[in-house]
Every structure is written in structure tokens, then in C-alpha cells.
Design a protein around this ligand. Structure first.
Ligand code: HEM
Length: 484
């Protein structure tokens, strides 16, 4: 039997307790429960909260017939990205074929072949980051917009090619407007609310440019031949080329293609860009860590002819401290909530070791769940659990070290779940890791950062988003080149 959370009230169940302060309510309930699962009654629906490693693993291993994701995925793109509901059945039919393009291109395939090589070739980020050049040549900027626009410009150009990016140089500002209003779109907030109205205008601007981009691509015929070396679409990623082929072959409307591309632009930029920011900030804020990570990554980050060359394999395989800083940043600074609805009765199992109460530790416990139940897996509820992470609010990258047995250490993601799980687990996770590590390595190698004007590396809180958090404060830094 699944225990109920405290503070349940007749009729309304846990709705008030949850809405009042969801984070502290969930954490309080976690500490009180005997197991890694407890129940909230929300508007009459049993909502199972799952948060320990064995239960999350067991839940995400349930088959697609139990956790249906195609309808939910299609509904989300309809609400947020204005996908036409008339085409949802067709979307569901071709869902796997389209999703498979991520698997072949980003997970098994080459991904983006050219990792970012430092901030040398950046263009339109100065305005929003409030960049100012000081008389001594130092650059001052607001670090968060600076980083997320730099990373966004590079990765979006790699994904979409220069024709789209040049057609709408300010597209990232529009992506951020949509991102800031995701929940408003999901819950159907009225269009007259100023923030929703602004976000709708942003969405319309990107849609217009994507429409033109698709129409021009269609006019030149299939661009799926990745050897095409000339023309405005020669640098479109293989992922988008492959998808264009499917869109055309299956006869999807331009509106449908554009709505889904917008969701990809959003997924590409929403989380990895902020992770670069947090990883840099965490490294600078932790005494001694900057020197140690720079020393560790130096053999993989070589400067030749004033150009940075990153030996990706070496960076990835021989930098356990650096890679652990990535995992520790995801643990502390991401808070994705996976929400699913069960299509069939099922069970999930907790191993004895994960149980909280001493009596339950001797053997596994099986929990039944019913068709129609809602299941919420708030990753941060596990990420902040002191039973798994000693001093959970501290940045301690070494907690991700594993002993290789020969006196050397490796880095392992262990039980954290920043990318969700199951069939809908993030399809960009390998790309994200590569992108974040390469960008942070380039920044550490090429630039010295120092807070200015009353700013400080100390954290002043995070704002939750649908994935990786945003900072509450406005950290302004001076940037000085380390290599000329
Ligand atoms: C650190 C960076 C990233 C984080 C933390 C992250 C996190 C997530 C999470 C939590 C989900 C939902 C998983 C679920 O429903 O259980 C997701 C889905 C997804 N992400 Fe990411 N993501 C990141 C970067 C990226 C990038 C760079 C891309 C590239 C386009 C991407 C593409 C996707 C896609 C396509 C999905 C939908 C998968 C599906 O529904 O099958 N993500 N991501």
C-alpha cells in the first residue's frame, strides 16, 4: 500500500498544501514517508510521487503500453508550440519514425561534428548581455545572458544552418520569451495577460521565419543529401535534413513541421545553455576548483596558431574532476519533473536498501498502482536527499568519482536523473554533455572571469524552470583573455 502524504483535507485532498509551497511540502513528505513513494490526492486523482533510485528505475522501465507518451507529447506541442490538433493522429502514427531521427543522429550518430571552439566567432549577443568594453580592454557583461546567447547561437547554427539564423538574428530572445511562459501555455493562461501576449508574439515571429525557411527548403527539393556542398541549406544539420525527408514523405503541413521545429529549437537551448552558466559559476565559486580543473583539462585544450583545439576524446575520458563538475551542476541546478498518466494497472519495486524504515530494509517492497493514476517523478527530490548526497546543498564534484581499481578514478552520473527517464528520456543528452563540456573548457582556457560592481560568485538563489534553473541574481563579470 502506498502511504498518503500529510496534510490531506476532505474534498480538496493535498491541493492546498501542494500549491502553497510545492518544494517544501514534497521535501517534508519525503522525510516522513517510510518508502521512496507517497501519494497526493489532487483533484480526486491519486498522484504517486516517486523519488528514490530503485523506484525511479522500476517506474521508467515500465512498457509503453503502461506509460503512454505519444498522446501526451503531441498534446504538449499542441499547447506550447501551436501544433494543429487536427494533425495529432498523424503525428502519433509517425511519432517513432520522427523520434528515431534523434536516436540515429544525436545518440548513435556523429551528433554535431564541430564542437564550439571558444567565443571568438560570436555575433549578436552583446545587446542582451549589456556588454561594455572598459578603457583597459577588459570586457564587462552580465554572465547569464552572455553565456546562454553565445551557446545558443553556436548550437542553433549547427542545428538549423546559417540561412535560418541569418533570417532572424534575434530568434533567441524570442525563444527565451516562450521558455519563460511554458507553464502559462500548458495551463492555458489567457492571451490578454501581458507575459502570455508577449510570448505569443515571440512565438509568431519564430513561426513566420521557420515557415519561410521550410518553404525555401521545399522549393530547392530534398536537402537530405548530406554531401550537398553548396547552396543556402548546405550547412543544415543531418538531423534536420533527415526530418525534412520524413515531413515531405508523410505529407505533414507546413504548420505542423514548424511547430515541431520550434519545439526542437526550444529543447536545444532551454537546458544546456544554462548548464554552461552554472558549471562555470560553480567552478569559480568553489575554492581551489578553478586551478584544479584548469590543470586537469590543459592537455585536452591546446592552443595552436592562436586557435583553441579541443581533443574531445581526451577531455571526455581523462578529466574525471571536470566531468564530475558537470554532473554536480546538473544535480544542484536542474529540477525536471516528469509527469505521466498510467494506462494500465502495474507495480513498481523498491529494493530493501532504499527503504527508509529499518523494518522494510530486509526485503524488496512491491507497490501496486492503478490505471488512471498520475505519477510525478520530481528529480530534485532525489537530488537533494541527504540519504544519497551528503551535505546536499554543497557543490562537491568528487561525490561522482568511482574507483577504477588501479588507483585512478572515473566519473559516473550515478543515480541523478536530470534527463528524465523511460521512452521520453532526453534525446539530446549526449549532445548536451559534449556541448557543455566543450564550451566550459573553452571558457576556462581562454578567459579569466571576475565579478564586478557588487556582484559575487556566491549564489543568490535559483528560479525553477521546466529543466535547468535560472539564476535569481544578475551576476556581472569582467572578462580578460588569458591567451592572445
Ligand atoms: C543539460 C541539458 C539538457 C537537459 C538537462 C535536458 C533534460 C530533458 C528532460 C528532463 C526531458 C524530459 C524527459 C522525460 O519526459 O522524462 C528532455 C526531453 C527532450 N530533450 Fe532534453 N535536455 C537537455 C538538452 C537537450 C538538447 C541539447 C537537446 C537537443 C535537441 C534535447 C532534446 C530533447 C528532446 C527531443 C526531448 C523529448 C524526448 C521525447 O519526448 O522522447 N535536450 N530533456
Amino acid at each position: 500500500m502506498i502511504e498518503a502524504a500529510p496534510f490531506g483535507m476532505p474534498f480538496v485532498g493535498h491541493v492546498w498544501a501542494f500549491l502553497w509551497n510545492p518544494d517544501s511540502f514534497l521535501r517534508y513528505s519525503r522525510e516522513r514517508a517510510m518508502h521512496g513513494i507517497f501519494n497526493l490526492k489532487m483533484f480526486g486523482v491519486d498522484t504517486r510521487i516517486i523519488h528514490n533510485p530503485s523506484l525511479m528505475k522500476s517506474f521508467f522501465a515500465l512498457p509503453g503500453s503502461v506509460i503512454e507518451h505519444k498522446t501526451m507529447g503531441s498534446n504538449i506541442i499542441t499547447k506550447i508550440f501551436n501544433f494543429q490538433s487536427a494533425e495529432v493522429p498523424q503525428m502519433i502514427t509517425h511519432f517513432d519514425e520522427l523520434m528515431n531521427t534523434f536516436v540515429t543522429q544525436l545518440m548513435k550518430g556523429p551528433g554535431f561534428e564541430r564542437p564550439p571552439s571558444g567565443p571568438g566567432d560570436l555575433r549578436s549577443w552583446e545587446r542582451s548581455a549589456n556588454v561594455q568594453v572598459q578603457p583597459d580592454g577588459t570586457i564587462e557583461a552580465d554572465l547569464f545572458p552572455l553565456v546562454r546567447n553565445c551557446v545558443g547561437l553556436l548550437s542553433s547554427t549547427e542545428m538549423m544552418g546559417h540561412a535560418f539564423v541569418d533570417s532572424h538574428p534575434d530568434f533567441l530572445e524570442d525563444v527565451w520569451q516562450v521558455d519563460a511562459n511554458i507553464m502559462g501555455f500548458v495551463f492555458g493562461y489567457p492571451g490578454w495577460l501581458p507575459s502570455i501576449a508577449k510570448a505569443r508574439k515571440s512565438r509568431a515571429r519564430i513561426v513566420e521565419k521557420l515557415m519561410a525557411w521550410h518553404a525555401d527548403m521545399e522549393a530547392v527539393g530534398p536537402v537530405a543529401n548530406s554531401d550537398a556542398e553548396s547552396g543556402p541549406f548546405s550547412d543544415v544539420s543531418d538531423l534536420m535534413k533527415q526530418r525534412q525527408k520524413i515531413w515531405s514523405a508523410r505529407g505533414f503541413s507546413m504548420q505542423a513541421r514548424v511547430a515541431v521545429d520550434l519545439s526542437i529549437l526550444w529543447a536545444l537551448n532551454a537546458n544546456s545553455n544554462s548548464t554552461v552558466y552554472w558549471m562555470l559559476r560553480n567552478i569559480y565559486a568553489t575554492p581551489g576548483l578553478l586551478e584544479n580543473t584548469r590543470r586537469e583539462i590543459a592537455p585536452a585544450c591546446l592552443i595552436n596558431d592562436n586557435k583553441l583545439q579541443i581533443d574531445w576524446k581526451r577531455l571526455h575520458n581523462s578529466s574525471p574532476l571536470f566531468k564530475s563538475c558537470y554532473f554536480e551542476s546538473l544535480r544542484l541546478d536542474s529540477a525536471p519533473w516528469s509527469f505521466k498518466r498510467l494506462q494500465k494497472d502495474c507495480t513498481v519495486q523498491e529494493i530493501g536498501e532504499d527503504a527508509r524504515s529499518p523494518e522494510a530494509k530486509s526485503k524488496p517492497t512491491v507497490f501496486p498502482m492503478r490505471k488512471g493514476d498520475a505519477v510525478l517523478v520530481p528529480a530534485d527530490l532525489h537530488h537533494t536527499d541527504s540519504r544519497y548526497f551528503r551535505n546536499p546543498s554543497e557543490f562537491i564534484p568528487e561525490r561522482f568519482f568511482v574507483d577504477k581499481g588501479d588507483g585512478l578514478v572515473q566519473s559516473d552520473i550515478k543515480t541523478i536523473r536530470p534527463y528524465g527517464g523511460g521512452a521520453t528520456m532526453c534525446k539530446g543528452r549526449f549532445l548536451a554533455e559534449r556541448e557543455v563540456l566543450a564550451f566550459v573548457a573553452a571558457m576556462l582556457t581562454c578567459w579569466d572571469l571576475e565579478p564586478v560592481k557588487g556582484s559575487s560568485w556566491d549564489m543568490d538563489g535559483r528560479t525553477k524552470t521546466s529543466g535547468v534553473c535560472s539564476p535569481k541574481d544578475k551576476l556581472r563579470v569582467g572578462l580578460k583573455r588569458r591567451v592572445t
